[in-house]
Ligand binder design. Structure first.
Ligand code: HEC
Length: 162
C-alpha cells in the first residue's frame, strides 16, 4: 500500500513538475524582459540610441527603440554616433554582454561609467529586453576623427576661446 502510494506520488510529480518548471521560467523571462524595458526607459538609453526619442519627448513607438541614430555628437573627441544596440547585442552571448558592459569605456556622450556600476541582474535584464526586440535597423555611422565635418546632422560642443 505504502509502495503504491509512493508510486502514485512519484508519477504525479513527474507529470506536473516539468510543466510547472516551464511556466515558472517563462514568467521569470517575461518579468526579466519587463524589468529590462523599465531600465532602458529610466536610464535614458533611448535618449541617444533611439532616433527621434528626445525631440519627440519619448513618444517613439517601442518597435523603433534602440536601433541607433545618425545624429552625430561632435566635440574634441571627434564625432560619435549612438550605436544600434539590437545589432550589437545580437552579436554576443549574454555573458559577453555582461563583461563588455561592466568594463566598457566609450567616447562622449555615452555615460559608460553608469553602466559599469549597474548590478549584474539588471545588466542581464537589459540583455533579455534588447534580445526580445527583433534584430533590425542599420548600423550607426562610423565615428569620425576630430576635424572631420560630418555629412549627417550633429550636435556640436563649442569650447570657449582661451
Ligand atoms: C547621452 C547619449 C547616450 C546615452 C544616454 C546612452 N548612450 Fe550608449 N552610446 C552613446 C554613443 C554616442 C555611443 C558611441 C560611443 C563611441 O563611439 O565611442 C554609445 C555607445 C554604446 C555602447 C557601445 C560601447 C562600445 O564599447 O562600443 C553600448 C553597449 C551602449 N552605448 C549602451 C547604452 C545603454 C545600455 C544605455 C542606457 C543605459 C546607453 N548606452 C545610454 C550615447 C549614449
Amino acid at each position: 500500500m505504502k509502495g503504491s502510494l509512493l508510486l502514485v506520488a512519484t508519477l504525479f510529480l513527474c507529470a506536473t513538475l516539468p510543466s510547472t518548471a516551464l511556466a515558472d521560467s517563462a514568467s521569470r523571462d517575461q518579468a526579466e524582459i519587463d524589468r529590462g524595458r523599465y531600465l532602458v526607459k529610466m536610464s535614458g538609453c533611448n535618449d541617444c540610441h533611439t532616433a527621434g526619442y528626445m525631440p519627440s519627448e519619448g513618444t517613439v513607438p517601442e518597435s523603433q527603440w534602440l536601433m541607433g541614430d545618425t545624429l552625430g555628437w561632435q566635440g574634441p573627441w571627434g564625432t560619435t554616433y549612438a550605436i544600434n544596440l539590437r545589432l550589437y547585442a545580437s552579436e554576443m552571448s549574454e555573458d559577453e554582454w555582461v563583461s563588455v558592459v561592466k568594463t566598457m569605456k566609450a567616447r562622449p556622450p555615452m555615460p559608460w561609467w553608469v553602466l559599469n556600476e549597474m548590478e549584474e541582474p539588471d545588466v542581464r535584464a537589459l540583455y533579455a529586453y534588447i534580445r526580445s526586440l527583433p534584430v533590425a535597423g542599420a548600423p550607426a555611422p562610423a565615428a569620425l576623427e576630430p576635424g572631420v565635418t560630418p555629412k549627417t546632422a550633429y550636435f556640436q560642443m563649442v569650447m570657449p576661446e582661451e
